[in-house]
Ligand binder design. Structure first.
Ligand code: C2G
Length: 713
């Protein structure tokens, strides 16, 4: 008779992942399964998803809690319903390879063995699963490797990717602790510690998801360190008492405590409530055995002893020394790390200059956007301030007498640490800290069409830390500019921004009202050597998340046929190509001189808006700003389906709300330009509506109002 396996899945609010998880269980090649799902009073759509699976597959049964009881309770409850020979736990945001259970069973020897795979693959992108499997298939012969005894089994403190014989669970009454959310596995595992034969398979078929939104919906392991410490302290205390006479288990628990202290809990001392953290740590360390303390190096030993004795001052002194030593070791490995240490330890202790402002646009790449508008206004009206601009290449010609510093140089850190005001249009580096008195004006750099941060679903293409980092960085912003009511709403949800929203329009758009005149336009055209007798078409597309050379260096493949454009439009028009600031490749326009002008390196796109008669774009926020001019806009969206549906997702209904035609080929673009008057007429109503929604706050005086509000004292 083939062994049967009971798979236990506790579920709490994992609607984004649950389908993939359950699908991977029902699709197991090993069919003799009982699947017990415990819905721990989820408040999202999880129940619906579970019901669909229950209706489809009679091996699934669902138990629903009327109130949230925690993962330990759910697993214990499910065990009472187990009918299989083995129990296998899966978390509802994870995934199994289709042969996960079949392979584990191939390793089975006698019936009392616990079987597990020695590592679990952590994933955040779906394609990583494929890659990982390909790698493993190369090592097919390892599949059947039985390693004895329990190499690494307990160190990882998890019951995932393990087959537990049911009779073992029953005879030893293995139970998860129900009072904590994290580490409840330890009480389940301790009774078998070093008592049972454990078989290890080398390959891994369990995929553990690294969730990318630890802010809105954290996994248990992503909860704050204070909660993790709380739970560990509870379990540690309980188990140390229960196994007081078992030297091996006590040693194991002590080792876990020290390991977690060094990797996680120590970081609590970097947060706000240091004394509180110290007290908690001090309490838990009192049970630590002297033997384990003695084994640590001199610094850690000092810390542990100070904790045990409740000596707060002494502890912080040793910790300071510990961090200093570690930072210095790190500093020696790169110049930037050294600068950062000087920033933290020296510059951050210097006095704050109430009259100093640091400006940055597009990560130091341009002198442009709202920071530029604010700067130029302040040069004129607030001459008693000291101005600093951050650039990647310094030595630019600027109005006023701003100091220019190279981004991430020692001078950059000095000015950031000592300036009261920061004005930037993008996120600041994660390692910058705010000081008491600092004021951060975040201007942002566009009205959003593409979904942003917390409004993005699980982003497989982005860094798994994207949401967490964004959250941390945006906590430092005191003011955020929203150019229109539409952006203001979005920024509240997408950035979880709850401080002061400045609702006066974009400083960067003031020029579109103040300089929209023949004199200014011909002055710019002349300075760019552009003909005055031809109309100008500006092509300004955005970047593609999936087309890059390396992180931050994106490539753009020009899909407009320049040859055709010149043939049909060359007599009356010239074309400006303007790439997004992330695009690293140079467009080749050899042979098109006099017709095509590559202005990708030109600082401020607002001048290009002013001198152009028509804008062609795709999904870039440029069209929101351009609509202030009420001039025609054409959408060349050759990859619309992929961009909208796979890469980003939009806030607006692209097909029905854009104030211009959506086109897929160069021929269509040419035709639209040739009939631009007709297009303006056709889209007039939609354009008016759009203008009302997007430009309603713009008066040409946003800068002035914003500066007055931020610098009112
Ligand atoms: N930009 C530019 N040239 C382009 C594209 C963009 O100068 N070819 C500038 C514009 O000022 C634009 C800003 O960069 O408004 C942002 O560009 P987007 O293409 O909209 O893309 P992204 O940088 O991803 O920002 O809320 C806005 C979003 O964050 C989008």
């Amino acid at each position: 008779m083939k062994k049967s396996v009971s798979v236990i899945v506790p579920v709490y609010n994992t609607e984004e992942f649950l389908k993939e998880c359950l699908r991977s269980i029902v699709d197991q090649t090993y069919k003799n399964l009982q699947i017990i799902v415990v819905n721990d009073a989820s408040t999202d759509q999880s129940a619906k998803i579970i019901d669909q699976f229950v209706a489809e597959d009679n091996r699934i049964e669902c138990i629903t809690n009327s109130e949230r009881m925690g993962v330990g309770y759910c697993r214990n409850l499910a065990i009472e319903h187990v009918k299989g020979d083995y129990v296998y736990f899966v978390d509802s945001d994870d995934l199994l390879h289709k042969k996960a259970i079949e392979y584990l069973l191939l390793l089975q020897g006698d019936e009392s063995e616990i079987i597990y795979t020695s590592h679990i693959v952590k994933i955040n992108k779906m394609d990583e699963i494929e890659e990982s499997l390909k790698e493993q298939e190369k090592e097919e012969d390892l599949l059947h490797t039985r390693l004895l005894p329990d190499f690494g089994f307990y160190k990882r403190m998890t019951v995932l990717s393990v087959l537990f014989p049911l009779h073992l669970i029953q005879s030893l009454r293995l139970k998860f602790d129900e009072e904590v959310d994290s580490y409840s596995e330890l009480s389940f595992l301790m009774p078998i510690y070093q008592q049972y034969k454990i078989v290890v398979g080398k390959n891994s078929y369990y995929f553990y998801r690294l969730r990318n939104d630890p802010i809105t919906n954290p996994s248990l392991s992503q909860r704050g360190y204070d909660l993790l410490l709380h739970d560990f302290a509870h379990i540690y205390d309980r188990l140390k008492n229960r196994y007081a006479n078992n030297e091996e288990i006590c040693k194991y628990l002590d080792k876990q405590l020290i390991r977690l202290y060094r990797s996680n809990f120590i970081l609590l001392m970097k947060e706000d409530k240091k004394k509180e953290a110290f007290d908690k740590l001090s309490n838990v360390m009192k049970l630590l055995s002297e033997k384990q303390v003695k084994k640590q190096n001199v610094v850690i030993r000092g810390e542990l002893r100070a904790l045990q004795k409740g000596q707060y001052k002494k502890y912080t002194r040793i910790l300071g020394f510990h961090h200093f030593g570690r930072d210095t070791r790190k500093s020696l490995t790169s110049l930037n790390k050294l600068y950062r240490q000087i920033y933290r330890d020296v510059f951050m202790k210097m006095p704050l200059n109430d009259k100093k402002i640091v400006f940055a646009s597009f990560l130091g790449k341009q002198y442009a956007d709202s920071p530029k508008a604010i700067y130029e206004y302040m040069v004129e009206h607030y001459p008693d301030y000291e101005f600093v601009w951050v650039f990647n290449e310094t030595g630019r010609k600027l109005p006023g007498n701003a100091k220019q510093v190279k981004r991430l140089s020692l001078a950059y850190y000095y000015h950031l640490a000592t300036a009261k005001y920061w004005i930037s249009n993008m996120r600041q580096p994660l390692h910058l800290k705010k000081r008491e008195g600092n004021v951060f004006l975040e201007t942002w750099h566009g009205t959003p069409l593409k979904r942003l941060v917390f409004d993005m679903d699980e982003v497989y293409s982005a860094n798994p830390k994207y949401k967490k980092n964004f959250y941390q960085q945006s906590r430092l912003w005191d003011y955020l500019i929203a150019a229109n009511p539409y952006s203001s709403e979005i920024f509240k949800s997408a950035f979880k921004f709850d401080k002061k929203m400045l609702e006066y329009g974009y400083p960067r758009n003031d020029t579109l009202y103040q300089n929209n005149n023949e004199d200014y336009i011909s002055k710019i055209k002349k300075s760019l050597n552009m003909p005055l007798n031809k109309k100008v078409v500006l092509y300004a597309p955005t970047w593609r998340d999936d087309e890059f050379y390396e992180a931050g260096k994106y490539k753009f493949d020009l899909k407009l046929d320049l040859q055709k454009l010149r043939e049909k439009l060359g007599d009356d028009y010239v074309i400006i190509l303007r790439m997004h600031y992330f695009i690293a490749n140079n467009l080749n326009i050899d042979g098109y001189e006099g017709f095509v002008f590559n202005m990708s390196k030109y600082d401020d796109i607002a001048d290009l808006y002013l001198i152009s008669d028509i804008l062609i774009t795709d999904y870039s926020s440029v069209f929101f700003d351009y609509s202030n001019l009420r001039r025609p806009i054409i959408y060349y969206a050759y990859d619309l389906e992929k961009y909208r549906d796979q890469l980003r997702g939009f806030y607006l209904d692209y097909e029905n709300q854009m104030p211009g035609p959506i086109l897929k080929t160069t021929d269509e673009v040419i035709d639209a330009i040739q009939h631009i008057d007709q297009i303006e007429e056709d889209y007039k109503e939609r354009y008016d509506e759009f203008y009302e929604k997007i430009c309603c706050w713009e008066t040409g005086h946003a800068t002035e109002k914003i500066v007055q509000e931020v610098f009112k004292n």
